[in-house]
Design a protein around this ligand. Structure first.
Ligand code: MTE
Length: 326
């Protein structure tokens, strides 16, 4: 027990309470030995952890062949911006939350189940999925429904490669993407902002379009967790929320899937959600956008382009009233 002498000296320590020099010197050596032991222990702990992290190769280089035919030549958004200004509500609502919180996402082992109206249902682990087709680098614009955009070099392959492997049957008209919802890894699930899991969907012909990218990396490396590791889709002509992150199931369906944003606010987020400067969001204009990294008081906003500047997809919607099917 430690007895503190009072400040005025009225309660001086007894001589028997004063530790003899040789004893406290020995005690100091002992404490130093324990501290050294603890350092070894923590080094071992760190090594073990590094091993655990080694199974999660976020940041590892990912070889991919550039595909200039499907890439924009606009200046790329800085990696720092693309990885620190994110929407991934499973990790929080603020733009910096995913970068701060997504380290808890365990991306290995990871299996994607492919099911529904197909002849060959399968469960693919993330490494087999990554190797299913040659990886390409495609620099796409990504336009968020909130009115900002980025230009990102994604790594992946056309989702059509996977779709052809699983052979959709005659009933398959839509593809649904269900993403991970695990409250142990995803603190944002506590918020009731969406009806979890985050679900998105495409019509089968949209999913088959060569631009629709099954994405496993960006900037020449494995996807950072906050950008949807280990696998997401990127659909560049649609508002960013259609590009579902951290996918665990791809299901082929006869009927249009119920998608998370459409269920939560059907008048604001249609199933199609093609980037369309002529159809405003009920609460704001969609005519222009702010390019992340180009901020500044005098910087003019960019004009938003129809289909986000991918006119080659227009034929998918021939004859459709895009005000009705927004
Ligand atoms: N996927 C999941 N699972 N959860 C999300 O909250 N947000 C979407 C989309 N995919 C989201 C998601 C939205 S609104 C956008 S704009 C893009 O991811 C953002 O992708 P990025 O952070 O990689 O730029």
């Amino acid at each position: 027990m430690l007895i503190k002498p009072s400040r005025d000296g009225s309660n001086p320590p007894l001589s028997s309470e004063i530790t003899p020099r040789e004893v406290y010197e020995e005690r100091r050596k002992f404490i130093a030995r324990i501290a050294a032991g603890a350092a070894v222990g923590s080094a071992l702990w760190e090594m073990a952890n590094r091993e655990a992290f080694a199974q999660t190769p976020a940041g590892q280089k990912l070889a991919a062949k550039a595909n200039p035919a499907l890439s924009t030549t606009e200046p790329r958004t800085a990696f720092k911006d693309a990885t620190n200004y994110n929407n991934f509500y499973e990790f929080g609502l603020d733009k910096g939350d995913p970068a701060d919180n997504a380290h808890t996402l365990k991306t290995r082992p990871w299996t994607v189940s492919i099911e529904g109206e197909i002849k060959k249902p399968m469960r693919l682990d993330i490494d087999s999925l990554t190797k299913l087709a040659p990886l390409e680098e495609r620099v796409y614009r990504l336009r968020c429904v909130e009115g900002w955009s980025m230009v990102i070099p994604w790594v992946g392959y056309s989702l059509s490669n996977l779709i052809r492997q699983v052979e959709p049957n005659g009933n398959a008209r839509y593809v649904e993407f269900t993403t991970l919802a695990d409250s142990k890894q995803m603190p944002g699930l506590r918020s009731g902002v969406l009806d979890w899991p985050y679900v998105e969907g495409l019509r089968l012909d949209e999913a088959m379009h060569p631009l629709t990218l099954l994405t496993v990396g960006m900037y020449g490396q494995v996807l950072p967790n906050q950008n949807g590791a280990p696998v997401r889709v990127v659909v560049p002509w649609k508002y960013g929320f259609k590009s579902a992150k951290s996918i665990v199931r791809i299901r082929f369906m006869r009927d249009q899937p119920k998608t998370a944003w459409n269920v939560s606010a059907p008048s604001e987020y249609g199933f199609y959600s093609n980037v369309n400067p002529r159809v405003d969001h009920p609460r704001w204009s969609q005519a222009s956008e702010r390019r992340i990294g180009e901020d500044g008081f005098f910087k003019k906003k960019r004009e938003t382009l129809m289909f986000n500047g991918y006119p080659e997809v227009a034929s998918l919607y021939a004859g459709m009233d895009l005000k009705k099917y927004f």
